[in-house]
Design a protein around this ligand. Structure first.
Ligand code: PRX
Length: 725
C-alpha cells in the first residue's frame, strides 16, 4: 500500500513522491517496513553520477578558492562568520550585534547597523565605475536597439524616480508600493528608488493577472501601484495597463483604495496600450519625471533589520504569503553569494534569464549583481523568440560571460535548438541553474553544449523565503555532480529529518525533510501581517520548546524532500506540501482550487500535478459539478478561464476533467493522491478505505481509457516521463 503524507493525510502526491513511485522497482524499503515511513523517507536508488571538476582557468580567477572557507564558516564560528558577507557592504553605521535571537524565530541580523540599499547598489560604485555599464536591456524585437545604462545614468534615474515617489506620491520610509511590471530597466530603477527612501516594494510578476495583483495590493496595503502600459511577449505587444485597472478595482472591492497609478511608457513617443488613462488617478511616469529632472535624493539610512521588500509566494493554503525580507541581512547574503558562488566580478557581464518578478530576479538580477558593481543584463521577452538561437545571439553580442537560467528553459532550448549554441561565438566562465531539480541528461547538455565543457555549473537550491542560495557547489573549490545541488553553502547547516525529527544519516539512501538548523542573514523575517502563520509554517514542525531563544531549537522547515549521498551532496526531490512547481514557478494547489470554485456550476475542485517533460510539473484539474448541471465542455473552459483571470496564464491547467464525484475518505476529504496517480498513469494503491471506491475506476477509465489498471511504474516508464534518472 502506498504511504500517506502523515502531516497532510489526504494531500496530493508531491513531485518527489511521484519520483518514488516511478522509481518503485528500485525502492530500498519494501512491504511492511514502508508503511512506517513517510513519503519523504522512502529511499530512492539514484544512480550516482560521475564528478566534473572546475578547470584551472576558472580557478585562476575565482573569488573563492581557499578550501579553508568551510572551517571559517563552521558552527564554532557562527554567527560571526557572516561578517565576511556584511563587510562587503558600505554601512552608514556599523552593527553591534551580529545575530539577535531574543525573539526566536524572528531573527535579527546586524543589529545596530544602518545602511541604504540603493546607495550600496549604485552610489558607492560611482567613484570607480561611473562610466561602466550597470544595466543592459535587450528588448524582445530584434530590430530594437539595446539600451545601456552606465552607473552614473542609473544613479541619475534612480534619484529622479525617488524624488517623484517622495514628492509626487508622498511616500516615505515604511510605506508599501506594489509594482506590476515587465522586464524593462524601469523596473529595477523603481525598486532602487523605493530602496533609496526606505519604501517597501512588493513586485508582482508581470505575467500575473490584474486580480492576482489586486489581492497583493490589499494584503500589503499599498496605495500606489507602479505599472507599464505594454510590453512584448512572443512577438506580440501586450496591453498591460488594462491589468492595472482590474487590479485597482479588485483592491477597491476589498476596501483598499489605490490613490495613484504610475504608468511607465514602453515607447517614448506613443502609448503602447489602448486602455484609457483615468484623470486624477493615472499618471505617465515619463511625463511627471520632467519636473524632477536632475533631482537628487539623499539616501535614507535604514536599520539593517527594517524591511526592503515583500515577495509573495504560494503555500499550502489559498492565500499567498508576503515574505518580508530585511535590508542589511538580505543584501549581505545576496552580495556574498553573488560574489562567491556566481563568481561575479565588476568586470563581468552577467545575464540571469529569470524574471525580476520572482525572487531569483530580485536577488540575482538586481541586488546581488549591482551590489558587486557588475553589468547585469535584462531581457524583455521569451528565450525562444523568435527562435532557439536567441539567447546565444544575445550572449555573443553583449559578451555575456556568466549565465543563469532554469531547468525548464534549458529543456526547451535543448528541445528546440540542440545545436544552436554551437553557431555562436560566446564564452561562459560559469553558469547557474535554479528553481527545479535538473535531470542529469539536461545538465550534461547544459555543460557540454552551452558551456562547451569549460563553464562551471552551480545548481543552486533555495527558495523565495531564503533570500539566497542554500545548497550549491562552490565553483572554484568543489566538483560538480549532475542532478545534485551539492553541499550546503558555507554557514548553512542542513539536516535531513524524518517525521519524528530524527536525523536521517548521510549516505543511508533514505530521503526525508530537509531543514536548515541555523538562521542565516538572507532568511526572510516574517510573513507580512501574519507572524503566527510564519512560525506555524516554517518552524513549528520541529520546534520542541516554544519559549527557547536558542537558535538550535528552531530548525527551518523548507518544505522539500531531500536525500544526502555518502559524499554529503544533497539531492532535492521536490515539495512535500501543496505546492506545484510549474516551470520553476510556485503555484499553490489551494489557490487554483479556489479559482475553480468561483465558477457557479462547480461544486468541488481538486488540482493535482502531472509530470511534464519540459516544465517539470503542470496542473491538472478535476471538478465535480453541482446537481442538475450538465457536464458540458463549456464548463471546463470556464474553469480554465477562471484560473487564468484570477492567477495568470502560467497557471493554466493542462486539462480540466469533469467527474461524476470526487474520491473521498469517509470523513469527506478529497483524495487528491488518488487523482494524481490516475493522471500520472500510476497505480493508485489501496482505495478500500474510501467512502466511494467505485468512482475511482470510473475516473480512471475516463482518463486512461478502458484498458486494464496500469501497473506500478518501473524504470521503463521513467524514460517515458523523461525526467528522472
Ligand atoms: O522545491 C524547491 C524548488 O523550488 C522551490 C522554491 O521555489 P521558489 O520559492 O519559487 O524559488 C525558486 C527560486 C529559488 C524549492 O522549495 N527548487 C529551487 N531550486 C531548486 C529546486 N529544486 C531542486 N533543485 C534546485 N536547484
Amino acid at each position: 500500500m502506498r504511504q500517506r503524507n502523515p502531516y497532510n493525510p489526504d494531500s496530493t502526491p508531491r513531485p518527489h513522491e511521484v519520483r518514488h513511485v516511478m522509481a518503485g522497482a528500485r525502492t530500498q524499503v519494501t512491504g511492511e517496513d514502508q508503511s512506517r515511513l513517510s513519503e519523504a523517507e522512502i529511499a530512492v536508488h539514484w544512480k550516482e553520477e560521475a564528478l566534473y571538476y572546475p578547470g584551472p582557468k576558472f580557478i585562476g580567477q575565482a573569488n573563492w578558492t581557499d578550501p579553508g572557507v568551510m572551517e571559517r564558516f563552521s558552527e564554532k564560528n557562527f554567527p560571526e562568520c557572516f561578517r565576511e558577507f556584511a563587510d562587503l557592504l558600505t554601512w552608514d553605521q556599523y552593527w553591534h550585534t551580529t545575530l539577535d535571537t531574543s525573539k526566536a524565530p524572528f531573527w535579527k541580523w546586524f543589529v545596530g547597523g544602518k545602511l541604504n540599499v540603493s546607495a550600496n547598489c549604485v552610489d558607492r560604485h560611482l567613484a570607480m565605475y561611473a562610466n561602466k555599464s550597470s544595466l543592459i536591456w535587450v528588448p524582445e524585437p530584434e530590430d530594437e536597439p539595446t539600451v545601456v545604462l552606465t552607473y552614473q545614468e542609473l544613479y541619475n534615474r534612480v534619484n529622479e524616480m525617488a524624488a517623484l515617489l517622495r514628492d509626487h506620491c508622498g511616500l516615505k520610509k515604511g510605506d508599501r508600493v506594489t509594482i506590476h511590471m515587465p522586464m524593462v530597466p524601469e523596473l529595477p530603477i523603481t525598486m532602487l528608488a523605493c530602496a533609496r527612501l526606505g519604501v517597501i516594494h512588493s513586485v508582482v510578476f508581470g505575467g500575473f493577472s490584474g486580480e492576482a495583483c489586486g489581492a497583493r495590493i490589499v494584503d500589503s496595503g499599498s496605495r500606489i501601484l507602479v505599472t507599464m502600459d505594454g510590453y512584448y511577449r512572443s512577438g506580440k505587444l501586450l496591453d498591460h495597463k488594462v491589468n492595472a485597472d482590474i487590479a485597482v478595482a479588485a483592491a477597491e472591492k476589498e476596501g483598499t483604495k489605490v490613490e495613484k497609478v504610475l504608468v511607465w511608457k514602453r515607447f517614448r513617443d506613443k502609448a503602447a496600450s489602448p486602455t484609457p488613462m483615468i484623470a486624477g488617478r493615472d499618471f505617465y511616469v515619463n511625463d511627471v519625471l520632467k519636473q524632477f529632472a536632475g533631482a537628487k535624493v539623499e539616501p535614507v539610512s535604514i536599520p539593517a533589520e527594517d524591511p526592503l521588500f515583500l515577495m509573495y509566494t504560494s503555500g499550502s493554503t489559498g492565500k499567498p504569503k508576503g515574505c518580508q525580507h530585511s535590508s542589511g541581512g538580505y543584501l549581505a547574503y545576496v552580495t556574498g553569494t553573488s560574489k562567491f558562488i556566481q563568481d561575479i566580478h565588476p568586470t563581468d557581464i552577467y545575464w540571469c534569464m529569470a524574471d525580476i518578478g520572482w525572487i531569483t530576479g530580485h536577488s540575482y538580477i538586481v541586488y546581488g549583481p549591482l551590489a558587486n558593481a557588475a553589468t547585469t543584463v535584462l531581457y524583455e521577452g521569451v528565450p525562444t523568440y523568435p527562435d532557439a538561437g536567441r539567447p546565444w545571439r544575445i550572449a555573443e553580442r553583449l559578451g555575456v560571460n556568466i549565465f543563469h537560467t532554469s531547468p525548464t528553459a534549458i529543456r526547451s532550448l535543448r528541445k528546440l535548438g540542440p545545436d544552436e549554441p554551437k553557431k555562436y561565438r560566446y564564452h561562459f566562465k560559469c553558469m547557474t541553474t535554479v528553481g527545479e531539480p535538473i535531470e542529469p541528461e539536461a545538465w550534461k547538455w547544459y555543460y557540454e553544449v552551452v558551456g562547451r565543457s569549460e563553464a562551471v555549473i552551480t545548481d543552486t537550491w533555495w527558495q523565495t523565503e531564503t533570500g539566497g542560495f542554500l545548497c550549491t557547489t562552490k565553483p572554484g573549490i568543489d566538483p560538480m555532480k549532475p542532478g545534485s545541488a551539492g553541499p550546503p553553502m558555507p554557514g548553512i547547516y542542513p539536516a535531513i529529518l524524518d517525521e519524528q525529527g530524527n536525523e536521517i544519516p548521510t549516505g543511508s539512501g533514505r530521503a526525508g525533510n530537509i531543514v536548515i538548523r541555523n538562521p542565516w542573514p538572507g532568511i526572510f523575517e516574517t510573513i507580512w501581517g501574519d507572524p503566527d502563520r510564519f512560525v506555524k509554517t516554517y518552524y513549528a514542525k520541529y520546534n520542541k520548546n516554544k519559549s527557547s531563544t536558542d537558535w538550535h531549537d528552531w530548525p527551518y522547515f523548507a518544505g522539500d524532500g531531500a536525500l544526502r549521498a555518502p559524499d554529503g551532496y544533497i539531492r532535492i526531490l521536490g515539495r512535500v506540501d501543496d505546492v506545484i512547481n510549474v516551470a520553476g514557478h510556485r503555484l499553490g494547489t489551494k489557490e487554483l482550487e479556489s479559482a475553480c470554485l468561483t465558477v457557479p456550476e462547480v461544486a468541488e475542485a481538486a488540482v493535482v500535478p502531472i509530470v511534464d517533460p519540459e516544465k517539470g510539473r503542470v496542473p491538472e484539474v478535476y471538478v465535480a459539478l453541482k446537481p442538475g448541471v450538465k457536464a458540458d465542455p463549456a464548463v471546463a473552459e470556464k474553469v480554465s478561464k477562471a484560473i487564468e483571470t484570477q492567477i495568470g496564464k502560467i497557471a493554466r491547467p493542462r486539462t480540466v476533467r469533469i467527474v461524476p464525484d470526487m474520491p473521498k475518505t469517509r470523513s469527506g476529504k478529497i483524495m487528491r493522491r488518488v487523482l494524481a496517480s490516475i493522471s500520472n498513469r500510476m497505480d493508485y494503491g489501496d482505495i478500500s478505505t474510501l467512502s466511494n471506491p467505485e468512482v475511482v475506476e470510473q475516473i480512471r477509465v475516463m482518463v486512461q481509457g478502458a484498458g486494464p489498471v496500469e501497473k506500478q511504474a518501473g524504470p521503463d516508464d521513467i524514460k517515458q516521463f523523461g525526467k528522472d534518472v
